[in-house]
Design a binder for this molecule. Structure first.
Ligand code: NAD
Ligand code: GLY
Length: 368
């Protein structure tokens, strides 16, 4: 078992990483002295695979869990779904000492975390992430929330879980496309923080794609360490935490103009990170050889690195970028790389440079 600590004073918590960790969920919750009643929030896909062992483990430890199942997919991350969860929690008389278990990918984690942050003005919650993206990113750091018609994640709270339990064996059932999309966030940690992790990914990619448990344990643990380190220094994104958004300004805009239906988040930020690398070469002198390594790693991971945009779509993309949460006083700020392993945030980027970067990712790669 690997363990990573997120250090946030009284709100510190542990990330446990192991194959088969789900069986210990009840015992882990008991050790935290959480109240007797709890609700497991999951989605329809994860329910059929992992709800039974999760509920069994909680019951063995003396808890009385109720199960709340939401539809699978991004559309569950909305206020109406949160309201339905609140009503079910109230019907089952969950009280202040009760707790919530978020069992699923980032959608379930963000929704259930938001529900936990708001119900009775906040009850404890535990993250049990079951996608690669959720284990390396969304379950750690306390960003919770739902989407509005106007955009993604526009309503939410910073609310930290009491524990993150990453069971690597849940990847056995994860669809290939979802797995590869999660790798985009792992590659991001290499670019923003850790050249050695980036080199490991270059070397070990075939093993990782075969879902070798040892390689997976390493990339999940190292990603969590990096995120924990960043979040411990800047929980509410006053500065440093922005580096986690490398490639996300263009990536989120790609998701928005394609109505969140064509690309998975990891796929969109793969293109976004390659575009940000071109911008970094243009504005900060990131060596061409490093841009080439970044692009090659995304390609090897089976992720898209280009997008065809006609002039109308390009104009929409630029407009979407100005709606992103990372816009401050009307200015889009980018995270740019000086070299693999070192980035700077808060970089103003002139519009012509964005166009040059978009030209460079407007190739003809196969689209997902
Ligand atoms: P997801 O939660 O939609 O899961 C992807 C799909 O895989 C779903 O269909 C789900 O039912 C299924 N699934 C989950 N685990 C499975 C398993 N083990 N086996 C088989 N199927 C499984 O998507 P995601 O990529 O995990 O998360 C994306 C969400 O995370 C987005 O809403 C994004 O905004 C959010 N996010 C949040 C943060 C944060 O810091 N809070 C960071 C990054 C992304
Ligand atoms: N996924 C970006 C963050 O947690 O800040």
């Amino acid at each position: 078992m690997r363990s990573v600590k997120v250090s946030l004073g009284a709100r510190s918590y542990e990330i446990k990483i192991a194959s088969g960790g789900l069986a210990g969920l009840g015992g882990d919750c008991a050790a935290l002295k959480l109240g007797q009643k709890c609700a497991v929030i999951t989605d329809t896909n994860v329910n059929s695979r992992y709800a039974k062992p999760a509920l069994a483990s909680l019951k063995r430890a003396g808890f009385a869990p109720v199960l709340i199942t939401v539809p699978a997919g991004e559309t569950a991350k909305r206020l109406k779904q949160a309201e339905s969860c609140f009503n079910q929690l109230a019907e089952h008389r969950l009280e202040r000492k009760s707790f919530i278990v978020a069992l699923g990918g980032g959608v379930v984690g963000d929704l259930a975390g938001f529900v936990a942050a708001s119900y009775l003005r906040g009850i404890p919650f535990v993250q049990v992430p079951t996608t690669l993206l959720a284990q390396v990113d969304s379950s750690v750091g306390g960003k919770t929330g739902v989407n509005l018609a106007a955009g993604k994640n526009l309503v939410g709270a910073f609310y930290q879980p009491r524990l993150v339990l990453c069971d690597l064996s849940t990847f056995r059932t994860l669809p290939e496309r979802e797995f590869r999309a999660g790798l985009a966030e792992v590659i991001k940690y290499g670019i923003i923080y850790d050249a050695e992790l980036f080199a490991f990914l270059e070397r070990a990619l075939p093993k990782i794609l075969r879902r070798d448990t040892t390689a997976l344990a390493h990339i999940v643990a190292r990603s969590c360490e990096i995120k924990a380190d960043v979040v411990s220094q800047d929980e509410t994104e006053g500065g440093l935490r922005a580096i986690l958004n490398y490639g996300h300004t263009i990536g989120h805009a790609i998701e928005a103009i394609t109505a969140y239906g064509r690309y998975l988040h990891g796929e969109a930020i793969s293109i976004g990170q390659v575009a940000a690398s071109h911008l970094s070469a243009d504005l900060l002198g990131l060596p061409a050889s490093e841009v080439a390594r970044i692009r090659a790693l995304f390609v090897a991971a089976g992720l898209p690195v280009s997008i065809k945009l006609n002039p109308t779509q390009r104009a929409k993309l630029l407009a979407a970028m100005t709606l992103d949460k990372k816009v401050s006083a009307g200015e889009i700020k980018f995270v740019l790389a000086e070299r693999i392993g070192k980035v700077v945030w808060g970089q103003k980027v002139p519009a012509p440079a964005v166009h040059r970067a978009l030209d460079l990712v407007s190739g003809s790669n196969p689209e997902p």
